[in-house]
Design a protein around this ligand. Structure first.
Ligand code: TRP
Length: 334
């Protein structure tokens, strides 16, 4: 039986942090053996908010390479840069004409980001692209006729819109697109080191996350100053900061250390200093390994750029076929 197809994409937001890695990219790597996988770096989506052109270009290149550094294997999976497959934008227009305006106005991410733009001191410019963002996302997914989309819960609403577009298309023009479903995998939820009440994210500031390629000294410093007890816990509930450190140790695969420290925690003799030391060691091991791998990868820029072009070209072949079919079905000349 043919393997089902999985697709996911990531915005080129600068270096990956361990929250992105354990929460998404590592899962993508693991899915490669069971599914036919397609992974994209969505630079066009990154243009919907204020950005710097030089940074966008560099970040897009880096992200494509970093996916491979993390273990996305171009021999197994299709990897593309969104702007290098212009068929995505072509399909976006066609989908714009069957996507519901009302449904778009209900997207919570649009409302959140609009608020960010309006209150973030970057002027109050809200682009139309930010509004139609989910239609481009639907095109990313459906152009490869994906069955499953591994995403976080924050993307479930966008995925529902993609599904509605697929259904409406099929009703109007004939059954063509599979309905894409979210693949909600149980990945560790990593929170900010400095404020464990928030999800780990770069936008919170440097103290809040650990980069996947971060240098030893700064990793150790961030773990050392990580918030543990906040004094708000009831009974023997574990505080989110402590739980986060345990989650990190487990995510790094240090199960023996995890079990031993958990035993100490349960008998009330755990020293946070020890917990932090084990966490820092595990993270330093991880980031050192990734930094080494990345340095290897980044040696030959010309060759890397050629590779990205070649891979995106393969994606174009696939996407081009979908566009042909869609044009035939929708009454456009091919
Ligand atoms: N909107 C997604 C995010 O911000 C990124 C994205 C774009 C995506 N196109 C996609 C995710 C297609 C999954 C499938 O995380």
């Amino acid at each position: 039986m043919a393997k089902k197809r999985v697709l996911s994409c990531i915005q080129p937001t600068g270096d990956l942090h361990i929250g992105n890695y354990f929460g998404a990219v590592k899962n993508w790597v693991d899915l490669q053996d069971r599914y036919d996988c397609v992974y994209g770096v969505v630079d066009l989506h990154a243009m919907t908010m204020p950005y710097n052109p030089k940074e966008l270009k560099e970040n897009t290149y880096r992200m494509a390479i970093d996916l491979m550094v993390c273990g996305i294997d171009p021999e197994k999976s299709l990897i593309f840069v969104q702007s290098m497959v212009p068929e995505h934008t072509e399909l976006t227009w066609i989908f714009s004409c069957i996507a519901s305006y009302g449904e778009l106005t209900r997207m919570t991410q649009f409302k959140d980001k609009t608020e960010q733009v309006e209150t973030g001191g970057k002027g109050s410019f809200v682009s139309a692209g930010l509004f139609t963002y989910p239609i481009l996302q639907a095109a990313d997914i459906l152009i490869y006729r994906a069955d499953f989309v591994p995403v976080g819960r924050d993307q479930v609403q966008h995925l529902e819109l993609s599904r509605n577009i697929a259904v409406r298309f099929n009703n109007l023009f004939g059954a063509y697109f599979p309905e894409p479903h979210p693949l909600l995998t149980d990945t560790p939820k990593l929170v900010s080191l400095a404020d464990p009440s928030k999800k780990m994210s770069k936008s919170l500031g440097d103290r809040h996350f650990i980069g996947l390629f971060e240098e030893e000294e700064s990793v150790r410093k961030k773990v050392k100053t990580a918030v543990t007890d906040t004094g708000q816990q009831q009974g023997n509930e574990m505080s989110p900061g402590v739980e986060n450190l345990f989650n990190l140790i487990k995510a790094c695969g240090k199960t023996n250390e995890f079990d031993e420290l958990m035993k100490q925690y349960k008998s009330g003799i755990l020293k946070y200093k020890d917990l932090k030391e084990v966490t820092a060691d595990a993270l330093v091991e991880l980031t050192t390994l990734f930094r080494k791998k990345r340095n290897e990868f980044l040696k030959d820029r010309d060759q890397n750029e050629k590779l990205i072009k070649l891979l995106s070209g393969k994606a174009r072949d696939f996407a081009g076929q979908t566009i042909k079919d869609v044009k035939k079905l929708t009454g456009l000349p091919v």
